[in-house]
Design a protein around this ligand. Sequence first.
Ligand SMILES: [Zn+2]
Length: 467
Amino acid sequence: MKKTNWWAAGVWVAAAMSGASYAEDTAVQHLAEAIRIETVSQQDRGSIDYAAFTQFNEFLRSTYPLVFEQLQIEVIADYSLVMTLPGSDQSLKPVLIDSHYDVVPIEPGTENEWTHPPFDGVIADGYLWGRGAIDDKSSVIATMEGLTALLQQGFQPQRTLIFSLAHDEEIGGSEGAANVAQHLSDNHIELEFMVGEGGLVVTDNPMLPNKAMAMIALAEKTYVTLTLKASGDGGHSSMPVKNNAVVNLARAVTTLHENPFEPQLVSPMTDMLDVLGEEVGGIQGWMMKNQWLSAPILESIMSDDPATNPQVRSTTAVTMFDAGIKENVISQKAEAKVNFRLLPGYTPEQLLKDVTAMINDPSITIESEAWKKSPPVADINAHGYDKVKTSIEQVLPEAVVAPGMLTATTDSPHYVDVAPNIYRFHPFTLPMSDTKSIHGTNERISIESIKTSVKLSMSLIEAVSKP
Ligand SMILES: [Zn+2]
């Protein structure tokens, strides 16, 4: 922790924004360096190389000295950082900007499929390649670069700004985000709103092929995994039994697989269609805007396309199946895991009831791990949404800003008790085709997008710092 004279930072002149001088190429080099530090989150926490996490913290300190000098720095759970820049008006509630620097591992056996090695931070063909180039080191670097550029200009926020850089988002955030949120609540800090990862600017959305679409995700789906356990009669395989655990379990998971939940248009997808309908125009746009009439058709069209299906449906995926110890022994036990992603409004409690009814077999026990309480759908009419939207429009005036829903999960559920509204927006542009490289092979970000991300980050920080 470091005490600083906050007021010596000087007076922030808003007009300086347009003439902002920062080294764009430096941001590219810094992100490349960040990728080279292998901060990999392993599911088994015991096998995590924490030396890399310490090294990443040292990299941040040496690369962004101004941030570490002028902000109040707190280290949470050894590796996560909370950085506070007090505002001049203490009557305003703080805003939190969150990102994470841990990354997912490379799937064994796919290392050679990368065009450039995943941890080399290679710059080639107009891209920076590597694990974390998008998720989420780009946000970390954009934040640090944007903040540095603003501090160099004597930036002084009216509203207190808090930045969190988490270290275990990819494995649930139980150490990082959970303790950051606890820390805020212990210090009686109530946020005005929070901006975290999850939305981004997509440049080739099929619904808006000629325009960039910036999505601010107002909600994310609830992540629930259920474990199904079956038991049956065992014995030698030469004397087959009728009550076979593997068969009973197979029947149960097949039932779930073959009976997907009904498609349903709910907020924030309804809000997104309202905004897009305006842009798309024609009969298609009219349908998007008149959901009172067209909802069944839209639900049917969207659920038929694997890309949009998760936007209109609580999804079911059978992911693990485990049974048997030997080929000539009838297993008495079998276990499967089914991962569900629930639409806003559909609760895990209701899911348990529905799954139990669907399986309708008392010999199958259904267990669930504790799920994270999902944040409510953020208010599109609250001024936080407007701040994020305006900050995007200042940098990308052509972009269509629309609300959306994230089908994956982030650290944001940890903040449900300290942040009344959570807006998810990553400050960068990406063609939709590159989104599949997130957590996959050949994760990369264009050099252009890195440069834009610094501008977006500056614009966001500046916008939310005002009342
Ligand atoms: Zn992420």
